[in-house]
Design a protein around this ligand. Structure first.
Ligand code: SF4
Ligand code: SF4
Length: 409
């Protein structure tokens, strides 16, 4: 695709990145077939190719409008289009740049700004989120059914084994996950402990920054990244083998720290090191597969439908690992159609674009339940909570399911 960037963007870091990406697009349209919003809305401007055109126009000097912003807002950032694209167009990076420019020019209404601020503060501050969650859980029994589905009942965390092994890994606890599903990180610690790895935390680390980053608050996202790098770097120096992610949405963000801070003289090198050390829990366990096989207690086969989050399959390009680990442990995976399509959770998308998110959830749950599973498994807290709010059967993180199937060490 030929480009003629406006003076304001030519020879700037973002302009150079955008131009390189735009030039890779050959307009073939293959990406339309796997774009969830195009599948639902059927409008070229709600497809990857259409959004790329919109961003190209803006970068070439056109003034963006509220309509431009709407089509970019409707994008789930699922990056399914990147997996499909034969030309390697890095759509996600282009969207970050395009959304930022459009946001600065078009702005937001007072109510939209207030909603976005509330989401950034409420979801990104564990103390606030957990206090509100605990209150909601305490009055859950009095709520009407439609409200109850959005507040999961309180759950026990289970034990976290004390560090006893020479091999150590760090885990990012996450902002909303420990409150909503405290057993996910403890199950991860128990599984790793059985194979000779102690899982530890760095108390100074906090939210990965994805939430604010995807709400176009770039500086807040980078501040979260710098805080986490400061919290982790001394542990890496001390020999911690990896930084483990149990939510694929956080994993895709932390793996991007190196890219996001590449122009920061103080943090670029440390950020690249943190990104390289960051692994999804499935990557860690696939590498330890033989040790895990020996521990599989072989439960009576349970039928599980697995939903691979977009942030795992498209964002981190990790496919097949979770499925192989669950199969090794004796579970039967039911067939699921349209595995590549987003469930509609997508960070804060389910709150900001509820209609589209509900349509995608219904479509996804239909496919997940088609094989009559007893349970749904996934790998990201956002997908888990979103799907559970509409599912009659339990939705759990796959590592909790694996933990329940292994014999004690
Ligand atoms: S990121 Fe997802 S929703 Fe957005 S254009 Fe690509 S495929 Fe469509
Ligand atoms: S598949 Fe890739 S090259 Fe083809 S239109 Fe989509 S983004 Fe452009």
């Amino acid at each position: 695709m030929q480009t003629h960037l406006a003076d304001a963007f030519r020879d700037t870091p973002d302009g150079d990145t955008a131009e390189r990406i735009l030039r890779n697009c050959v307009h073939c349209g293959f990406c339309l077939a796997t774009c969830p919003t195009y599948q639902i809305l059927g409008d070229e401007l709600d497809s990857p190719r259409g959004r790329i055109y919109l961003m190209k126009q803006v970068l070439e000097g056109a003034t963006p409008t509220a309509k431009t912003q709407l089509h970019l807002d409707r994008c789930l950032t699922c990056r399914s289009c990147e997996t499909t694209c034969p030309s390697g167009v890095e759509y996600g990076k282009l969207l970050d740049i395009g959304r930022h420019i459009v946001e600065e020019t078009v702005g937001r209404s007072v109510s939209e700004t207030a909603t976005r601020s509330a989401l950034k503060t409420g979801l990104g501050t564990p103390l606030l989120f957990n206090t509100a969650l605990k209150f909601g859980q305490s009055v859950r029994g009095l709520m009407p059914a439609f409200l109850k589905t959005s507040i999961p009942p309180a759950e026990a965390a289970g034990d976290w084994p004390s560090p006893r092994h020479a091999r150590r890994m760090l885990v990012l606890q996450g902002c909303v996950q420990p409150g909503l599903k405290p057993n996910i990180n403890t199950a991860t610690a128990r599984v790793l402990d059985r194979i000779g790895i102690s899982l530890i935390t760095a108390s100074e680390a906090g939210c990965c920054g994805a939430l604010t980053h995807h709400l176009n608050d770039t500086e807040a996202g980078l501040a979260a990244a710098r805080r986490n790098i400061d919290a982790w770097i001394s542990h890496l120096d001390a020999g911690v083998e990896a930084i483990v992610m149990t939510a694929s949405g956080c994993g895709v963000m932390v793996k991007d720290y190196g890219w996001l801070l590449r122009n920061d003289a103080t943090y670029a090198e440390k950020a690249a090191r943190v990104s390289t050390a960051t692994k999804d829990i499935s990557e860690i366990l696939v590498a330890e597969r033989e040790g895990l096989k020996a521990l599989a207690a072989r439960p009576a086969p349970k039928r599980i439908a697995y939903h691979p989050p977009c942030t795992l399959q498209h964002g981190q390009k990790l496919s097949g690992g979770v499925e192989s680990l669950l199969t090794d442990a004796g579970f039967e995976l039911t067939p699921v159609a349209e595995k590549h399509l987003c469930c509609g959770s997508a960070g804060t998308y389910s709150i900001l674009q509820p209609k589209l998110a509900d349509q995608l959830k219904a479509r996804k749950l239909g496919h997940l339940q088609a094989g009559s599973p007893e349970m749904i498994a996934t790998a990201n807290i956002g997908c888990l909570a979103h799907l559970q709010s509409g599912s009659p059967i339990p939705v759990r993180h796959w590592v909790e399911i694996l933990d329940s199937a292994l014999s004690p060490s």
